[in-house]
Design a protein around this ligand. Structure first.
Ligand code: NAG
Ligand code: NAG
Ligand code: ZN
Length: 439
């Protein structure tokens, strides 16, 4: 009861703040692209990431990192540049004033999504309203589903697209890191394509599977990133001291806190006080478990870096069907590159980015035994990072849709994702046999 009153209080405070607080501005914040060459340089950046929470590391200084993106306030610029110069680290300024890019991001002020308009980012209300309209427009095919409730009491709203019973499922999770706005945007585009595309291939995959789609799995963070602080990544639950938020993609109950997570509540990759300590991960995982044996493919969308990641995040060892997953992933990324030339790297989490555990895909893979599980790190490779210009929403979405079709196609070639259609095919065979017998 007391908890409820406290959270109601914080929720009301949040609403008050949405109305009265000044939005944080990133004037003259500089985005650096740093090119560490030696292990010493890498470990220096790692220490900086750990100890200097004034610097916002957009990518982690992992061994073999080709580049590391860091956002610095005007106040911290000089000391950061000094450190880089002293240690002969090559760097360039990717954006000299990130606020300018934020101003160009173009967020639709309308509370409704406009059909066919993919050159703008949408707020949570607009997205959620749109999901409701889909259920009306495609009644009998689309139902609104709930993956639980956030700390501040917002629903984790999604849609299920289903053209009939007894189908295997594809699960899509977006927006677990709130500042990665291209993730919900791309997921919404995919949803729209599945429902309205005239492309036969898209229509076929839309019909062959039940699609469970959640564009914004961290709704509180998403609202905060729109209304108050553009670079917000975690959820919004107060933790220890003055700290707020847990990294929801370090909070799943798989090798929790083993690697690439922080125990510091102020850190952006704070894993929380325990596995599934957060209402968002707890309720979403419960939802996933309720349909776990149906899921043939699980896709999680993040940005940025142009990577397609495969479990697990604790080791570079190939585990389970890693080689099949890698083969399918590489084919899909080849197809992704056709339309605009966008290049992705495919690999397991540990080798492609970082030893990082407690993420959703590892849990889904091990606990629910889902055969194919991928995490997309969408565009770009650091030029704009999280502040991807709105004119890139459509191309990013289109190339991603291309890749999903190829992913499914290639998976089927290797014997995955066939159970639904095999049942269909054998029923058809039986009917044919019956008819021929009758004749
Ligand atoms: C940003 O930098 C410019 C150029 O140095 C300066 O004129 C301006 O006042 C700065 N803006 C803010 C808000 O600090
Ligand atoms: C990594 O995690 C997987 C899945 O939990 C487990 O099977 C494997 O033994 C772990 N490997 C290491 C080196 O911790
Ligand atoms: Zn992310």
């Amino acid at each position: 009861m007391e908890m409820k009153i406290i959270s109601l209080f914080l929720y009301l405070m949040g609403i008050l703040c949405l109305v009265y607080c000044e939005k944080f501005r990133f004037d003259n914040y500089t985005l650096y692209k740093i090119y560490p060459k030696t292990e010493i340089q890498i470990s220096l950046l790692q220490k900086l990431q750990e100890n200097d929470l004034n610097l916002d590391f957009w990518t982690d200084p992992v061994p073999n990192a080709k580049y590391v993106m860091v956002l610095s306030s005007p106040k911290n610029k000089e000391s950061l540049e000094n450190i880089m110069n002293k240690n002969a680290m090559a760097f360039e300024v990717a954006q000299s004033n990130i606020q300018e890019s934020i101003d160009k991001e173009l967020v639709a002020s309308s509370t409704r999504m406009i059909d066919g308009r993919w050159n703008t980012y949408y707020k949570l209300d607009a997205i959620y309203g749109w999901l409701d309209t889909l259920a009306t427009r495609y009644s009998g095919v689309v139902t609104v589903i709930y993956g639980g409730t956030s700390y501040e009491g917002r629903p984790i709203k999604g849609v299920k697209i289903s053209h009939g019973p007894n189908k295997k499922a594809i699960f899509i999770e977006g927006g677990i890191h709130s500042r990665e706005w291209i993730s919900p945007a791309t997921v919404n585009y995919i949803t729209n394509e599945l429902l309205s595309s005239k492309d036969d291939k898209i229509q076929a995959v839309a019909r062959d599977f039940d699609w469970y789609i959640f564009p914004v799995t961290n709704p509180d963070g998403y609202v905060w990133s729109h209304e108050e602080f553009r670079m917000w990544r975690k959820n919004r639950r107060p933790t220890i001291g003055n700290s707020i938020g847990v990294d929801l993609n370090r909070n799943w109950n798989n090798n929790w806190l083993a690697q690439g997570s922080s125990t510091n509540p102020a850190s952006d990759s704070y894993a929380g006080p325990g596995p599934f300590s957060e209402p968002e991960t707890r309720s979403l995982s419960t939802f996933i478990s309720s349909i776990g044996d149906k899921i043939d493919l699980y896709l999680s969308f993040h940005s940025f870096g142009q990577l397609l990641l495969i479990p697990f995040g604790n080791t570079t060892e190939p585990i389970a069907n890693y080689h099949d997953a890698l083969h399918i992933g590489k084919k899909a990324m080849k197809t992704l590159s056709v339309r605009f030339g966008t290049q992705y790297v495919t690999g397991n989490i540990a080798e492609a980015i970082y030893l990082a555990t407690g993420g959703s895909i590892d849990w889904v893979k091990e606990r629910e035994q889902v055969p194919l599980v991928y995490c997309y790190e969408l565009r770009d490779r650091g030029t704009h990072g999280f502040v991807l210009p709105p004119e890139q929403i459509l191309p990013t979405s289109q190339e991603t849709m291309d890749s999903i079709l190829e992913l499914i196609h290639e998976a089927r070639e290797l014997g995955y994702m066939n159970s639904g259609s095999t049942v269909g095919a054998s029923i058809l065979m039986m009917i044919l046999l019956l008819i021929t017998n009758l004749l």
